[in-house]
Design a protein around this ligand. Structure first.
Ligand code: GLP
Length: 267
C-alpha cells in the first residue's frame, strides 16, 4: 500500500487529480486505447477538490473524458435524481455538467428509485464486468472507515447490494439534510467492498482530523470487517492520498516511513 501524505487538502486533491489524469492519458496513448478507461467515482466532500481540478484540466483542453466510462460507488435508496442530496445530483452538479466531452451514456450511477433494488445491483455488477472491470476506483471513507456505503461488519467479499445505514452515518450525513439524521435515507445501494478491491487500482482520499482514526485503522490496524477500508491492505494497487490533519493517529514511525519512501515522486 502507498500512503501519499500531502500538507493540506488542496495539495492532496491536486496530487490525486494529477494521478488520475496521468492514468487516463497513459491508457489513451497505450496499447489498450481501443477500449474505454473505466473510472470508479465517489461522492462526499472529500473528492470535491479533485473534481474541480479535473474539470479545470478538461476545460483547458489538457484532459479528455471522451474515452472514459464512470461507475459511481453508491446512491441513497428512495431519493430521485432531482433531489439535491441524491448522489446523481451531486455528481452532475459537481462534475459531469462541467466536463466538455463526457458522454452521458458513459455515466453509470445506481438508480435510487428502482422498483427492483436487487436486480439493479446485479445489473450494475454485470455491467462493470462487461467492461472487464474497473481500471481505477477513486474512493473516500466515512469516519467509521466505511468505503462506499459498506458500514462496519459488511463482508470484505461483498458485492453491489442494498445497505442499511448505521445511526452513526446518518448522524454524520445529517449535515446535508438540515442537520436532521431522520431525514437521511435509512438505506442505500452500494458497490461492495469486493467490487472496489477487484479494481486494478484503488485510490482513496482521507483528509481532516475527523478521519484520523479511520486512516490509522486502514493503514496500521489488522484487516477487519470492523473497518471495511482495511480490506485495501489486501489489494496490490491501493493508494491512500491524505493530508497532514488525517495523520494524527498514525504512529510516528509509520508517518515517517511513508514520508521517506514517497520522497521521490512516483506517478
Ligand atoms: C458517504 C459516502 C461515502 C463517502 C463518505 C465520506 O457516507 N457514501 O462514499 O466516502 O460519505 O464523505 P466525506 O468525504 O464527506 O467525509
Amino acid at each position: 500500500m502507498r500512503v501519499v501524505i500531502q500538507e493540506n487538502y488542496e495539495k492532496m486533491c491536486k496530487w490525486a487529480a494529477d494521478y488520475i489524469a496521468a492514468k487516463i492519458k497513459a491508457h489513451n496513448e497505450g496499447p489498450e486505447a481501443g477500449r474505454p478507461f473505466i473510472l470508479g467515482l465517489p461522492t462526499g466532500s472529500s473528492p470535491i477538490g479533485v473534481y474541480q481540478e479535473l474539470v479545470r484540466m478538461n476545460q483547458a483542453g489538457e484532459l479528455s473524458f471522451s474515452n472514459v466510462v464512470t461507475f459511481n460507488m453508491d446512491e441513497y435508496l428512495g431519493l430521485p435524481k432531482t433531489h439535491d442530496q441524491s448522489y446523481w445530483y451531486f455528481m452532475h452538479d459537481n462534475f459531469f455538467d462541467h466536463l466538455v466531452d463526457m458522454k452521458p451514456e458513459n455515466i453509470n450511477i445506481l438508480n435510487g428509485m428502482t422498483d427492483d433494488p436487487e436486480g439493479e445491483c446485479k445489473a450494475y455488477e454485470e455491467k462493470i464486468a462487461s467492461y472487464g472491470g474497473i481500471d481505477l476506483f477513486m474512493g473516500g471513507i466515512g469516519v467509521d472507515g466505511h468505503i462506499a456505503f459498506n458500514e462496519p461488519y459488511t463482508s470484505l467479499a461483498s458485492r453491489t447490494g442494498v445497505r442499511n445505514l448505521t445511526t452513526d452515518t446518518r448522524i454524520v450525513n445529517g449535515r446535508f439534510f438540515d442537520n436532521d439524521p431522520e431525514k437521511v435515507p435509512a438505506q442505500a445501494l452500494s458497490v461492495g467492498v469486493g467490487t472496489v478491491t477487484d479494481s486494478k487500482e484503488v485510490l482513496v482520499l482521507i483528509n481532516g482530523h475527523n478521519k484520523a482514526r479511520a486512516l490509522a485503522a486502514t493503514v496500521e490496524g489488522g484487516v477487519s470487517q470492523k473497518w471495511t477500508c482495511s480490506a485495501l491492505q489486501l489489494h496490490n494497487g491501493a493508494i491512500i492520498a491524505c493530508d497532514e490533519a488525517a495523520c494524527g493517529e498514525l504512529t510516528v514511525d509509520t508517518y515517517k516511513y511513508f514520508l521517506d519512501i514517497e520522497k521521490k515522486e512516483r506517478l
